[in-house]
Design a protein around this ligand. Structure first.
Ligand SMILES: *Cc1c(COP(=O)(O)O)cnc(C)c1O
Length: 406
């Protein structure tokens, strides 16, 4: 490792709070182009993390850079005391893409977008005294007190008692367990169409349709957390569009503005006017720069036909990975949606595989305890995918059959 990156690793442990498990060998990244990033050690990596589902259009997309630079010269921020055209254009575009005829609220992160959904549901429910939200076990919704209380993983909640009241937890993909939790205080059901952090688990069509039907029957809001699976990640604009039903509201963040922090909530017509001046707000929300960036992301996805490409690459990727499931007993299952793909492995292997992949030049990440998660840019090229599959094959051989791989 070069002297320079040594200093950064050392200073990081000295000055940055220890909330991520980076190690001595973790690269210091300095630049990126498309699917590739460069480390300060001079190494090149294929980036199959996309900054955790953020760089959906790839790193340093030329038109994105051009539009963001232009906006920087004009106006970065003016607050929501005034109009800014980019914000309105973006809202119109997102609402059109959703087909919900609703309205948008802008904020700055996934957690905030989910907070906004939780607050919208509670405010709507306040008239009838309903406030409980049924969430899913194994879910992930963020790190604020509200969203961690809605997250169905004890490791996220540990040590933060007392948690916010009013959340109950059903089994994901088990409709009966949702039904059981409905009380006269229930106002909403919150779920990820594909559980990302929990281990890349797509909702079944029966589950999504069943939740929709339960929500209609009991006058509940169906809320979808699209922070990870939105913005083309699953091969549709929004993950819920892979199903025959629509939510009442959904959240976006991660890929929305291509790496400039931005979150959004889109609510359908029926719930779009629940918030009024004073009930919710955000200083940075929908700023001119972030909105221009998000518009550039949407344009790149459209112009470069990235949804089609994601679907095409998804099929090739899944087929390629399936061969490893056939070849190695330790690879249990390949699953996912679009380019949100998980390789479930036997206990104790996921982190080892991710570390070894990084060493070999492919960046991936862990989801849940035993899943290697791949999130390449939607602009992934076939040649890059083939390169990655070769690296994965070599790595699995090293990790699973160390004595043969000498
Ligand atoms: C990443 C993520 C969040 C939290 O987003 P932040 O921007 O880190 O607050 C919420 N929900 C899901 C599904 C996510 O993947």
């Amino acid at each position: 490792m070069s002297k320079k990156s040594e200093n950064i690793v050392e200073d990081c442990s000295k000055y940055i709070m220890n909330t991520y498990a980076r190690g001595e060998e973790t690269p210091v990244l300095v630049s990126g182009k498309g699917c590739r990033v460069k480390g300060s050690n001079g190494n090149q990596y294929l980036d199959f993390t996309s900054g955790i589902a953020v760089q959906n259009i790839g790193h340093s997309h030329p038109k994105y850079i051009e539009k963001v630079k232009k906006q920087l010269d004009e106006l970065v921020h003016c607050s929501n005391l005034f109009y800014n055209a980019n914000q309105v254009t973006l809202a119109k575009k997102l609402v059109q893409l959703s087909g919900l005829e609703g309205k948008a609220f802008f904020c700055n992160s996934g957690a905030e977008a989910n907070e906004a959904m939780i607050k919208l549901a509670r405010l709507y429910g306040s008239e009838s005294g309903r406030y409980e939200i049924i969430c899913m076990k194994n879910s992930f919704h963020g790190r604020t007190m509200g969203t961690l209380s809605a997250t169905g993983q004890s490791k996220v909640q540990k040590g933060y008692d007392p948690l916010l009241l009013g959340f109950s937890f059903a089994e994901f993909n088990n409709l009966a367990s949702v039904k059981e939790l409905i009380t006269d205080k229930t106002i909403a059901v919150l779920l990820e169409p594909v559980q990302g952090e929990g281990g890349v688990l797509p909702a079944t069509p029966e589950f999504m349709e069943g939740v929709r039907a339960l929500c209609d029957e009991h006058n509940l809001l169906m809320l979808c957390d699209e922070v990870q699976c939105g913005m083309g990640r699953t091969g549709k604009w929004f993950g819920w569009q892979n199903y025959s039903v629509a939510p009442d509201a959904f959240s976006l963040a991660k890929a929305l503005a291509g790496g400039i922090p931005m979150g959004a909530m889109i609510a359908s017509k029926k719930f779009a006017d629940v918030f009024v001046p004073g009930s919710h707000a955000s200083t940075f929300g929908g700023g001119a720069l972030a909105s221009a960036a998000a518009l550039a992301v949407i344009e790149a996805i459209e112009d470069d036909k990235l949804l089609d490409n994601a679907n095409k690459m998804s099929e090739l990727f899944m087929t390629g990975l399936q061969q490893f499931a056939d070849k190695y007993d330790q690879v249990l299952e390949i699953r996912g949606s679009g380019l949100l793909i998980g390789m479930a492995v036997e206990e104790g292997y996921a982190k080892k595989i991710v570390d070894e992949l990084c060493f070999g030049g492919l960046l991936a990440c862990v989801a849940g305890p035993n899943v290697v998660r791949f999130l390449p840019p939607l602009s992934l090229k076939e040649k890059e995918l083939e390169e990655a599959l070769d690296m994965i094959d070599e790595t699995l051989e090293i990790v699973f059959e160390p004595e043969d791989a000498e």
